[in-house]
Design a protein around this ligand. Structure first.
Ligand code: FES
Length: 170
């Protein structure tokens, strides 16, 4: 029996997680080149790629787990470690850098009590640095989840984060 088939799958944290992954795989099952879209949707659903989900993909799409891990490590869009409910991207691209985005990063690190690349203990926020989020005319810019904030003043940072704390009912 091939090694991949003999491997026992690790369990999901929640039964609903398994259903969500099964649904995503089913959406793309018959499409050629379906590995990447499946991984992207799963990464979007969890904000990272949990191991049970990767094993689930491997079993269902008949792709070796080693290949899936290689793809996951190659693209920056994927994370193999848990990330917070809200992903904050601070743009340190040239356009934003010269307009003061390092000061936004400092304020965010202070507000959240973490450094960039880290996640708050309550899993509410992950703080990341990126190189251009495609709205240089709005520099300096940050993104929280799908929302982009342009021409951000360091004094606005706290208020922006507080709005997500309120919606997350922390
Ligand atoms: S450099 Fe920041 S959005 Fe382009």
């Amino acid at each position: 029996m091939p090694e991949e088939a003999a491997r026992a799958r690790t369990t999901y944290a929640e039964v609903t997680d398994e259903d969500a992954v099964a649904g995503i795989i089913a959406t793309y099952r018959d499409e050629p080149g379906n590995l990447l879209p499946v991984m992207l949707d799963i990464n979007r659903h969890f904000n990272w790629l949990p191991r049970p989900a990767l094993e689930h993909i491997s079993d269902e799409l008949k792709v070796p787990l080693t290949e899936i891990l290689r793809v996951a490590s190659f693209y920056n869009a994927f994370s193999l470690t848990p990330r917070g409910k809200n992903i904050i991207n601070v743009c340190l691209g040239t356009g934003c850098f010269v307009k003061g985005s390092p000061r936004l990063l400092e304020r965010l690190e202070r507000k959240l009590g973490i450094r960039h690349g880290e996640t708050t203990e309550d899993m509410a926020f992950t703080l990341e640095v990126v190189r251009c989020i495609g709205c240089c005319a709005l520099a300096p810019a940050i993104r929280v989840g799908e929302a982009t904030y342009g021409r951000v003043n360091p004094d606005q940072v706290s208020k922006i984060i507080d709005s997500y704390i309120e919606t997350a009912s922390l």
